[in-house]
Design a protein around this ligand. Sequence first.
Ligand code: ASP
Length: 288
Amino acid sequence: MTSRVPALIVHGGAGADPQEGREELREGIRQAVQAGWDALEAGGSSLDAVEAAVRVLEDHPRFNAGRGSVLTSAGTVEMDASIMEGNELRNGAVGSVTAIRHPISLARRILESGRHSLFVGAGAVERARAFGIPPCDPAELITERQQKRLRAVQAGTVGAVAMDRRGVIAAATSTGGMAGKLPGRVGDSALIGCGTYAESNLGGVSCTGDGEAIIRVVLARRALETLKSVDDPGQACRVAVDVLVEEGRGQGGLILVDWRGRTGWAHSTPLLPVGFMSPSHAAPIVPF
Ligand code: ASP
């Protein structure tokens, strides 16, 4: 078994800079990186790491995923999530799910079960039941902040990308979507290739931002194609953001881990909260 240097990067969604409460966002990202890193240190896989990191942010009310998700125009929470591992290209996703505390874990179970890739709505909740994941009261997911629609202080979608010691890369993304979206709308975060992609001999990506624009340019896969020619994770992310803005006609950002375990990120929005960790650091780096 080859031993590789593990790496992990986490994002908390492209969006406005809230000015106040940044420390709360930093602390949330730090906890998510730590949870993912603990999973890797314990000998877990990159899938374990990205799932653990995303679960922390799904629980955190300041991030637009799980509890604290933005509301649809009907005042409900409908979440999208996807997860992928880059060796066998296994993937799992859910779209427009309600009553699920951790959509990323449901996506993971769908990945493991191997038969289908994407479940939506009531069928996804039924899958959860079959997997033994109990539904939650949808009201539990709605925070007072979202009810008041204080959009400016809400961070965005969450995501994580990791490489484990075996060199397997995994990526995960989870979101409540765009505030005020029409019921039934599914965005890039549920779509493999758009919001999430991983291929261990190239890299892994999680995207955030205007979902329709990300879908237009198939951003996650596109960023990895760019990586083939530029061989620099930061540069590949910057080129991908340019593609998102110019060809996709939208705003957003992305995080990336390449096959060497190098991390990169870029965004066109004022803020993209990120945090990362590697064996050369004593604690998670939260550079925002
Ligand atoms: N990309 C997500 C969506 O369109 C939203 C976000 O990243 O903030 O559903």
